[in-house]
Ligand binder design. Structure first.
Ligand code: NAI
Length: 443
């Protein structure tokens, strides 16, 4: 919470965060409760069985050890899928230290399993902002040679507080759209101290994880926090980019009447042609039963929107940071706040209406559900693994800027994913290949 005077509502939220502890610091880790490890193990084995592309890369890496001598510091949601990535990095020869990239996304049983397996893990669900950064700092004690981010908080911490570490870092990777935007801005300003690979922008990540993963898991989070019936509801999606597109399609599939808000004419037009109603948030605010922001932008839902919402409206966010919904504006207008069920806070407005805020405005799919399904994280993390291997072998030769995943890696990974799913596709014949460059061929 950011406003200077603490309201009763702020106190309510902060007390909730504090009661989510205590934290177990009895070993070389910081997790909620090491005894949760067994439950974590079961979850991780479920994820492992659904991540065949990463498993294939791991099988090769176990003998080749492409990350021998590398120390990887990671800052990414501690989920069952992330645990499979972490064990793959170790199998490839790396030492690993890890923290979560969101105060409300760590799966405590998975963190406990990682701690029991001897990983350097500092993460728990319900951290304060200060604890969040303290955990990142603990991972940097490893003096990493490679960094892995989801949102660029770790890399920014290196730049702002530990710049002396940058000389020893070959490069970093970035998992999400918001992080890539931050890093490109740093590179543009000439402030990036080491090269970064934009894993998010790979076709095998952005077009699958963000679209299918966020689409499904965001609905999962909304349903777990509300058990609301989606059929017949007016469902407002702010942002028709990758995440918004996936979410809008799935909400429609559940019978909701989807409304899209946008600031960019091209995605707005795409939404129109995909059959959605498109309008300004000022208008949508009066119509929606459920609102979900997916923009990566701040202040998408603000005071005047809360003023015109229906009684009982549900508001949540699936973008990376919790700045898309102005919680201070919501607090200013409310007289009371109480927890209705987990990740569902009811704000009573001065005029008697109630507005429900899910997961305190944090990404609802990770705070209120389990994040993306393993099948889609398989590709995202295979990309992460390949990018780190590339930095380990070639990183010294790169400039301090943001690099894309090569189209060849995208194609190879898509082929691997199809192969592991037992799906075969046709191949171009030699005649078809020459037809591609035969400008003489016509009607
Ligand atoms: P994108 O760039 O594909 O789409 C964002 C869209 O939001 C763009 O079309 C943009 O024009 C629109 N937009 C920007 N400001 C807006 C405003 N004020 N009102 C309405 N629309 C606005 O980005 P992508 O990949 O869809 O990511 C969106 C956010 O979700 C980012 O913060 C990203 O980091 C995060 N993300 C979250 C995930 C999750 O698990 N919840 C997974 C992947 C990404």
């Amino acid at each position: 919470m950011t406003s200077a005077i603490q309201s009763p509502l702020q106190k309510h939220l902060e007390n909730e965060v504090q009661t989510a502890l205590p934290v177990d610091t009895s070993g070389p880790y910081t997790v909620t409760d090491i005894s949760l490890a067994e439950a974590g193990e079961a979850r991780v084995s479920w994820a492992r069985s659904r991540m065949p592309a990463l498993a294939a890369l791991r099988a090769a890496a176990e003998s080749e050890k492409p990350l021998t001598g590398q120390r990887v510091a990671g800052c990414l949601h501690v989920t069952k899928e992330t645990a499979v990535l972490i064990e793959t990095l170790r199998a490839a020869g790396a030492e690993v230290s890890w923290s979560g990239c969101n105060p409300l996304s760590t799966q405590d049983d998975v963190a406990a399993w990682l701690a029991r397996e001897g990983y350097d893990i500092h993460a728990w669900y319900g951290q304060s902002t200060e604890e969040f950064y303290r955990c990142i700092d603990r991972t940097l004690e490893l003096r990493p040679t490679l960094t892995l981010d989801d949102g660029a908080d770790l890399i920014y911490r290196v730049h702002s507080d530990f710049p002396q570490l940058a000389d020893g870092i070959l490069g970093g990777t970035e998992e999400t759209t918001t992080g890539v935007i931050r890093l490109r801005a740093m590179a543009e300003a000439g402030e990036l101290l080491y090269p970064v690979i934009a894993v998010n922008d790979a076709a095998t990540k952005w077009d699958f994880d963000n679209v299918h993963g966020t689409g499904q898991s965001t609905l999962d989070g909304i349903i777990r926090a509300t058990s609301v019936l989606l059929a017949g509801k007016d469902f407002v999606v702010a942002g028709y980019g990758h995440c918004g597109r996936g979410l809008a399609a799935r909400a429609r599939g559940m019978g909701a009447n989807v409304i899209v808000t946008e600031v960019d004419p091209l995605p707005a037009l795409r939404a129109v042609m995909d059959g959605f109603r498109v309008m300004r948030m000022d208008e949508a605010a009066t119509l929606g039963d459920i609102f979900c922001t997916a923009t990566g932008m701040k202040d998408v839902i603000v005071g005047r929107h809360f003023d015109s919402m229906k009684d009982g409206a549900i508001v949540c966010n699936t973008g990376h940071y919790d700045c898309e919904i102005s919680i201070p504006d919501l607090e200013k207008r409310s007289t009371d706040c109480r927890t209705i069920r987990e990740n569902n806070e009811a704000f009573r407005m001065e005029d008697g209406r109630t507005i429900h805020l899910l997961a305190r405005g944090r990404l609802v799919n990770l705070a209120a559900a389990e994040g993306h399904p393993s099948e889609v994280m398989d590709m995202s993390f295979a990309n992460q693994f390949l990018a780190l291997c590339r930095l380990a072998s070639e990183g010294g030769g790169y400039d301090n800027r943001v690099y894309d995943i090569s189209p060849e890696q995208d194609t190879e990974l898509a082929a691997l994913k199809l192969k592991t799913a037992g799906i075969s596709i046709d191949e171009l014949t030699p005649e078809q290949i020459s037809y591609l460059s035969d400008f003489r061929a016509g009607t």
